[in-house]
Each structure stands twice: as C-alpha cells, then as structure tokens.
Ligand binder design. Sequence first.
Ligand code: IVH
Length: 695
Amino acid sequence: MYFRPMSDQARIQELVVQLNEHNHRYYVLNNPTISDYAFDQLLQELQALEQQYPQWALPNSPTKRVGGDITDRFEKVKHQYPMLSLSNTYSREEIMEWESRATKLLTGSGDLFSNHLHEFALELKYDGLAISLSYENGQLVRALTRGDGEVGEDITVNARTIRSIPLQLRGNFPERFEIRGEVFMPKDVFERINAERSEAGEELYANPRNTAAGTLKQQDSAEVAKRGLDCFLYAVLGDNLPFSSHADAMQAAMDWGFKTPLAFPRYFEVTRSVQGIMDFIAHWDIQRHHLPFDIDGIVIKLNTYSDQNELGLTAKSPRWAIAYKFKSESASTPLLDMTYQVGRTGAITPVAHLQPVVLAGTTVKRASVHNADQIRKLDLAIGDCVFVEKGGEIIPKITGVDPTAANPHRVPIVFIEHCPECGSALVRQDGEAQHYCPNEDGCAPQRIGKIEHFVSRKAMNMDGLGSETVSGLYGAGLLPNYAAIYSLKPEQLIGLELTVGAEDDSKKRSLQKKSVDNLMAGIEQSKAVPFERVLFALGIRFVGETVAKKLAKAFVSIDAIAQANMESLLAVDEVGEKIAASVLAWFERQEHRDWIEQLRAAGVQLELDASQQPAAESNVLAGKTVVVSGVFEHFSRDGIKASVEANGGQIVGSISKKTGLVIAGDKMGPEKKKKAEDLGVPVLSENEYLRLIGK
Ligand code: IVH
C-alpha cells in the first residue's frame, strides 16, 4: 500500500501539540512523562522545521518561550475590565465584621435564619505582580500589567516565557475571555539569583517581589526566560462564562491548562462559616513560611457570581472580597555585636549578632546586613534596638533602628578596613557594593572556600569530602589547597582527630575507616570529571559554569588557556574584559601553575577528551592568531573558524600588530584591509588559505 509520510506542516502542528502537553505536565502538573533530553530533542526538531518553513510557524509555538524579542518600550493598552484592588485589613475582627456585613446585605437585614448560607472562597494572597491575560480561540493573545488599573502595559513577549502560562488552551474553553493572576518569583530562584550576583560582586536584590517586577519589565525577553518566573491565576472574566461561581471558574481554568491553587493542598477552600475563614487564616499564618513563594495575606471572596453581583463594587474595589494581610513578622531586639565573614571569593559580609528573639516561630540570633552602605544607611550602633524581619530570604534582615529605644551614648558602627582573618587591607572596586579581601591565596576562609568549591557537586563532585572535613583537614595542615587532595593517603587519615565546627562551638571528631574509603573512592572518581568542570572547579573569579564551558571549547586544553592573551580570551563568546583579566591574573601566579602540575600528575582531565575536540587537521597555523572577516565561498562563518582551529590557529576578534594572519573573504571592510596592511599583518584570500592548509 502507498504510504504517505506526514507533511512537514503537519509535523509542525503535531510537535506544537506534543510540546505544549509536555510543558503543561512539567510546569503545571509537576508530573513530566518524558526526560528533559527527549523534550529538548522535540523542541529542536520544531525549531529546525520553523526555521525552514517560517510561513508555517504557529503564533503560539513553544519555541517562542525562549524569548529573544527586544522591545523599545511597552505599549500602553486600556483594560477591557478595569483591574480593581482589594480592600484589606490586618485585623481579624474586621474580617468578622466584613463577613457579617456581607451576609446581612445578601439576606436582607433581620433574616436571622438564612445566616451562613453563603459560600466564601478562600485563597492565598500571592505577593507578586498582577497580570491580565487575554485568550481568543484558545490562544494567548495579550498580557497586560495592572498599570494604574485602567491602562496597563503590553508585556506579552515576556509573559510568553513564563512556563506555567499556557500559550494554547486545552478542553472546552470560551471563545474569548480574560484571566487574571499574579506573577511571582519562587524563593529558591530568588536565592539562586542573589547567590550568583554576590559571586559576581553585584548588588543584591531586595526581595522576590521586586525582582519579579523588575524582570517582567525587562526589555529583553530572553533574559526574562532565564529568570524562572511563575504565575498563579485567581480570576476569570468574560461575557457569558459557562459557570456560576469562582470555585467552578478555577476548576475550569485548571482544565484549560492554567496553574490554579486547586492543584495544591489547602491553597484554596470553600467555606460557609466564619470559623472556616478564621481556621484558614490561622493555618497560613504559620504555614506560609514553608511555602515555596511569598504570600502577604489571604483573600476571602464570595464564591457565587450571583452573590458577588448583589454586593457589587465601590469605585476602587469589590465589596464581595477582602484581603486579610499578615503583619510582616518583625521583632525588636538589641544589636550585640557585628562580625565580618569572609567568603570564598574574599567578599566581606557583615553579620549582626542579636539578643536571641523569636521571629516567625524560630529563634533568631543573627541577621545579615548586606554591606558597608547598608550599615551606613541603617545607621547602626552596637547597643541599638533593631527591627529584624523575615522577608523572602531565609536569613532574617535588619530593617531599621527602633527609635523608641535609642541609646544616648551610641557610637555608629564603622565598617572594618582590614580582613578579620588575615589582616590585609580591604578593597572595594568602583561600582561594586562589596568589600573584598585581596589576599586570595593567604587568607584561610578563602583557601578553605576554594577547596569546598573544588569538591562541590557541580565541580569535581567528590563524595565524602564535606565542608567539616575540608576545614578539619585544612586545620590539620594536610590540605593547604585543593591540589593537595590528590596526595592524601588513607594511612594518614584513618583515626585522625579533626577539630570541626565554628570557633565558639567546636568539637573533635576522628575519621573512621569507612569514611576514609569513601573519600578515597570520591577522589579517584573525580579524575574522570571532564575538563570543562575541572576548569570551573579551579575557582577563577568570574569563571562560572557557562564561561568554563566556553573557554574549554575554545581553547581545548589548560595549557592553551594558560598561554592565552587578552585578545584571544576576548574572542571567546561571553568573555569580556573583567573575565579575561581575571583569567590572566590567575595564571600569572606561580602557585596556581604548581597546582595545575599537581593535578596533571594525579591524572585529572586538563583537556577536552578526543570526542569533544574538533579533529585536528594540521599544524600549519600553530601559534598564530587569526582574524577572519567577510563572507566565504567554501565555509560558513563558524566553519572557517573551526577550520582555523583544526589547523592549530587561534581565532581573535580584531586586528592588532600581534595578529598573525588575516583571512579576507568577500565584502571585507576596506578599513580593516588598510589596518592590516598598515600594521604589516599578512592578508590571505580564501583560495590562498585553502592552499595553505593543503586543500
Ligand atoms: S483578586 C477584584 N486574588 O492583590 C479583585 N488578588 O490588592 C481582584 N492578589 O492587584 C483581585 N493574590 O495583584 C485576588 N488570590 C488573589 C490574589 C490577589 C494576590 C493581588 C492582586 C491585586 C492585589 C489587590
């Protein structure tokens, strides 16, 4: 029988349906049915087909989720239905009053018998930004911010990158409707972004809400896509909707593919009693600290639309809903001392020591104060009573000095000038918020921190070398640096007494044979860790996982990186001057070069393995830096670069007097040609180049 293969157009449609389904399973239901790898394969297939047939690409294709559109500014658009706010209160009495007022209005005063027959929908008050999404025929057509409630900004390109916002609905949805919800940043994403910023010496973000707000208003949607935003929906609006209560609307929205609170235990409840409302408040007042995102209260809504319509709206907010807001957990306690912690990169973080105080159910003894500016801004002095607050972060922070308990003899804290660990004079680079100890190789916490980084999961992944053991071995003099790991001998270690724990609370612990065996096995296995991760493990400042990958790919071996210059480093994708300078400075130090030799002797991977390297063709360009410019007949842009590298050359971005060779394609700019000639750099045509490499 004649078999007709599926057309490319049909395959595009099929892939869109499949990928949207997998996205929904992953981001909304938390229940993926294929591996990330298999997902990426399908996505790549779709990307390739869409590139080949742009005319068939669907507007709501999941490939649009990676972003990439850059807007100049966001267009202002009037809301079809104004975005109201909620009246709110911090008092449970006022919630009870609201309930009895609402009940009275609905039943007519005096009708005592029909009390408590009205349903209240109870849900969380997510602490993010309101968003209004319009769908037509099941497709997301527009996303607006709240703006002033009447007019919002069109942030559709950014909203498309949020995985829990469906681009294409499933099931039986109305032809057109709006759905509203809250975009937020989960706490763990926020912590991760701040950890990365701290690592890069950048100013930290204040809280998840502001970070989400800043992210949603970014002009570059590819950046938004990387930021892990999420969205809960809380209201459906439209004409002739096929349901008659808020709870039914939430159920329908879930069936269409939205992330609604119904999918999570106790995020949403319907009750008929004041007691039910109070129980819900009491539950979340405690449990909110364990949620993966911030909430600032709970929202109580009349459940049925008929009840809602009966109560109606005031100018600013509906009468049928009210928010109970949690007091942000804050306590006032004396500031006893300020100490300073030195991180792996030498960053100095002030740590406030407080008189222990109970906050949000846990006893707080320390609080973080980000940096010197923060100390000055808060105007802190030892002995002050300070307010501490638990925000989005895990560690509480000081938000101010209690003016009612001012200390008349207060001496404001002056930030330290010398490293508390090694005494070096601290430095603070222009534009950086953090002070640093520059004594990278002589400052104990920096050395220990670097060893911890080296053995960590994403680096050499050495099982059995926890941070207590690392500092214990460092303290015992057996582990002055990470390269020394490979000289550790089991007989030195078994039974060894280590001092572990912080100074004020240290213990002795002796190493058992079993943990030493485990440690040795971990060390052995680390010798197979690929070069790019070894490069990351070295702890060169600003060389994170991504940059390490790029460098490994561009230079192939540690020796080539050690010999690189500013120019050849800058030619690598994602490497700017700050990173290049840091790499150069690192390899200048003899001690670091010694470590590399120790790692080499131990058998650690210091180059990409053969399967990751482009096949070498010749050595004719060995030691030469090469600039390619223009358009080539026999090569793509990447192709000619790969060819230069396969013949031993190193690609650089711009012509200087050190450039070894320029390969000029068609349409090479005349200024470039002139520059090369002026500097006496040889210029080859494509054919001359082909002859040079013997083709
Ligand atoms: S309903 C007409 N439900 O709170 C009522 N709002 O202060 C519309 N919010 O702008 C809001 N969680 O951004 C509703 N479960 C929830 C909410 C919620 C957070 C936000 C929303 C709104 C603000 C009102």
